[in-house]
Design a protein around this ligand. Structure first.
Ligand code: PAF
Length: 287
């Protein structure tokens, strides 16, 4: 159970001190990396960490290295007061909010690349994005040195890349995946939903509907990824406001596209509604 009040630190040295102290008290360390603008999806990550671990660290850092577009970085929502309240009520012990200069005191020269897993899905459309994610997550793992780290299934490609990085680089962290939290109409929670106009917000659940319809399509014995994909794109095409980016059926581990559905498959989509990009996915378990 929670032992202390939630506190906030901005320096690496202070995080290390607090984590060292928790370790000396034989507390397991849970870690939830975030970019802030926290919502119920983040809450479920923090609550899961709280259930599993005796000391919970949340980082809030809008990582410039993972933004492929300057306007996206600039307009990324920053809501620190609310974030801090949510961290406290969800059970975090420590919130780490470094300034950019703390994590990147000089131009970064060493990077983490996981090229085979970045070829498809978002990786094909956001050059350098996952390199920025993997690099900052490894840096944060080195700073916090958690036993377990929690990531949302909503960012399925990010999750697969982090799992692979941890495996290939022997990082001593258990990566825990937490299910996507959805609004009652199916829209996956995302910090970017804040940018949607009232009209766009009404249209946005079309993506999750197309994903769940694809699962039903498979359950009705359709095996051709092309047929499933075309029917999803057709349903999204009914909304002139939607600009689909991709809709793919891929292997859940390698993220390579599948042509015929044989077993488990990850169905993932991305689309634009005006200047807001939404992503979502569902996992078909093969049964
Ligand atoms: O999922 C996110 O919010 C970010 O990509 C992460 C993992 C915090 C790295 O900046």
């Amino acid at each position: 159970l929670k032992q202390t009040e939630t506190s906030v630190v901005a320096s690496i040295a202070h995080v290390r001190e607090r984590v060292k102290d928790a370790r000396q008290k034989a507390r397991s360390i849970g870690f939830v990396p975030t970019m802030g603008a926290l919502h119920a999806g983040h809450r479920s990550l923090i609550e899961k960490a709280r259930q599993d671990c005796r000391f919970v660290v949340v980082s809030i850092f809008v990582n410039p290295l993972q933004f492929d577009r300057k306007d996206d970085l600039e307009r990324y929502p920053r809501t620190f007061e609310e974030d801090f309240t949510l961290c406290g009520s969800a059970g975090a012990d420590l919130v780490f909010t470094p300034f950019s200069a703390e994590l990147y005191p000089a131009e970064q020269a060493a990077f983490v690349d996981v090229p085979t897993l970045t070829e498809h899905l978002c990786g094909a459309f956001r050059p350098g994005h996952f390199r920025g994610v993997a690099t900052v997550v490894l840096k944060l793992f080195q700073i916090v040195q958690p036993d377990r780290a929690y990531f949302g299934q909503k960012d399925a490609q990010q999750l697969a890349i982090i799992r692979r990085m941890v495996q290939d680089l022997n990082v001593p962290v258990d990566v825990v995946a937490v299910p996507t939290v959805r609004e009652s109409d199916g829209l996956a929670l995302s910090s970017r939903n804040k940018h949607l106009s009232t009209e766009q917000r009404q249209i946005a659940p079309a993506l999750s509907r197309a994903l769940f319809a694809a699962v039903e399509h498979i359950k009705r014995d359709e095996r051709s990824a092309r047929v499933i994909r075309d029917s999803a794109l057709e349903s999204l095409g009914r909304y002139p406001e939607i600009k689909p980016e991709y809709f793919e059926l891929v292997d859940p581990q390698t993220l390579a596209p599948v042509e015929q559905v044989g077993g488990a498959v990850l169905i993932a989509g991305a689309l634009w509604l005006g200047s807001t990009r939404l992503i979502d996915n569902v996992l078909y378990s093969g049964q």
